[in-house]
Design a protein around this ligand. Structure first.
Ligand code: 5AD
Ligand code: SF4
Length: 477
């Protein structure tokens, strides 16, 4: 029997709409008096899945929780609120989330006052919400990616009015400024420069779960970076589903190259950005990256497939040759530039020959790092209804072949660091051994190294002894 719901459920039809309407911008955030004490003496736990946008959203949720008097805990035990911030990009991410929701049921069984909340991209999925509400009674709060700012009133309704709260909008979305933030990093920070995505790659659920592309105003981004710099942060990463398209939804004066240059001029030691779609990558961007030493020589440039026909079916709007030409230009213009990528194998009806084209691009680009995935059908996306005769076995074999190939290049690249000295921004000491530290190079290589009394957030020169597939080993000098 289907349960009757009073709430509007997410739907793909509304989520897909893109209008020319002006984006609503909300600058003030106030927690009403009757809600600001709600967290006194109470603790919360947040679990985050998926991409950096979700990480940054969890920092906003934590900021709001702190402002209501809750205290963050890094274990589930004895907390009053558990928030699970979910990812819907692939089926296996969704399965992990369902596993965790199942796992925390034991707390609800013991204590009916505990609030287990589910938010993020899965909450925006048509079909999922109904199942969740029917089969998981422990979930008392469910809200979407457009509803973070309503957390105080949602918690009030759940905790005080004892309601089961569901708040999900399927719409283009707004830009909220000045929401509280509790940053999880002490020397590295995420900075949203835009929300949503209008690219609608045919396999991808993100444009439906996160709404229309909405850029933040440049002065607001710059103010945030200046504040982080003053607070002593050493690195910022500018975040967007496709940062190269930054500002195109505002007007012609806004573009990513200008924003990046203005951010670099603030003087924060390390500036990174992600993700760059090859489609909007401009020469001006390359000039700016090459010009400023504090913009890191590292670019994440998703390939997805190396076959032009598959790329067309994916709606990526570049060919194999155009991608390679862009890659060549990047490594030629930016000294020592490291490049990473995302690749999907087994897109509907991808042939052996088409997969071979992907390997061919990998052989050309010799990536420093690859994130490789088996295509996962996302209901409601155009690719979900494409015919697919390729077996899962074949897809798994392809993934293995691809991983073996890129790993060999990553190892080769990392071996080239042996005997060299690199500058590392230190994340901290290893939990197992207080004389072993880790951190990242400007090219985004993970470095594990030995040393004495090194503070997190400092820059240290490290002599590299061994280059491995996924990291470099060395000693501080
Ligand atoms: N199946 C597999 N991988 C996907 N990605 C996005 N959607 C899917 C999907 N349906 C991958 C893309 C993207 C990365 C974040 O996730 O490679 O760049
Ligand atoms: Fe998804 Fe394509 Fe947008 Fe990236 S650019 S979020 S892959 S639709």
């Amino acid at each position: 029997m289907k349960i009757k719901l009073d709430w509007a459920l997410p739907n793909m039809k509304d989520a897909k709409k893109r209008t020319k309407n002006e984006i609503e911008r909300v600058d003030s955030f106030v927690i009403p008096d009757n809600m600001s004490w709600l967290g006194q003496g109470k603790k919360y736990y947040i679990s985050t899945y998926g991409c950096q946008a979700n990480e940054r959203d969890s920092e906003t949720l934590a900021g709001i929780m702190d402002a209501m008097g809750f205290v963050q805990s890094d274990i589930y035990e004895d907390v009053d609120v558990i928030l699970i911030n979910t990812c819907a990009v692939r089926q296996n991410a969704m399965e992990k989330v369902l596993g965790e929701i199942g796992n925390v049921k034991r707390f609800y069984v013991k204590n009916k006052d505990i609030i287990i909340g589910v938010c993020g991209c899965m909450a925006q999925e048509e079909g999922f919400v109904e199942t969740l509400l029917e089969k998981y009674p422990q979930v008392r709060l469910l809200f979407g990616t457009h509803n973070l700012h309503q957390l105080p009133s949602m918690l009030y309704d759940a905790m005080i009015c004892k309601k089961r709260v569901v708040k999900i909008y399927s719409r283009e979305g707004e830009v909220y400024e000045n929401l509280p933030v509790h940053r999880f990093g002490n020397h590295k920070a995420w900075v949203n420069i835009m929300y949503g995505c209008d690219k609608f790659c045919t396999y991808c659920i993100v444009p439906y779960t996160r709404g229309k592309q909405r850029s933040r105003y440049m002065d607001q981004i710059l103010d945030e970076v200046k504040e982080l710099y003053q607070q002593g942060y050493k690195e910022v990463t500018l975040l967007g589903q496709n940062v190269n398209a930054y500002g195109k939804d505002i007007d012609d004066h806004y573009d990513f190259a200008t924003l990046l240059e203005e951010v670099a001029k603030i003087g924060i030691p390390r500036v990174r950005f992600t993700t760059s779609h090859p489609w909007d990558f401009s020469d001006e961007m390359l000039d700016v990256i090459a010009k400023y030493d504090n913009i890191m020589p590292f670019i994440h440039l998703p390939l997805q497939s190396g076959d032009s026909a598959i790329l067309k079916l994916m709606g990526r709007r570049y060919t194999k040759e155009e991608y390679i030409a862009l890659y060549d230009k990047i490594v030629q213009k930016i000294d020592r530039c490291a490049v990473s990528t995302d690749i999907i194998v087994g897109f509907p009806n991808e042939s052996d020959e088409q997969f071979e084209q992907t390997l061919d691009v990998v052989r050309h680009c010799k990536y420093d790092n690859c994130f490789t995935f088996i295509y996962s059908k996302r209901p409601g996306t155009p690719a979900a209804v494409m015919e697919d005769e390729i077996s899962l076995e074949t897809k798994k074999d392809r993934l293995q072949t691809l991983n073996k190939l890129w790993n060999s290049f990553a190892l080769e690249k990392n071996k080239a660091y042996e005997g060299k000295v690199v500058t590392v921004l230190v994340d901290g000491a290893s939990k197992k051994d207080s004389h072993t530290y880790s951190g990242y190079t400007d090219t985004n290589k993970l470095v594990n190294f030995t040393g004495e009394n090194i503070e997190p957030g400092t820059f240290v020169d490290v002599y590299i002894e061994t280059g491995k597939t996924f990291s470099l080993d060395g000693r501080a000098i």
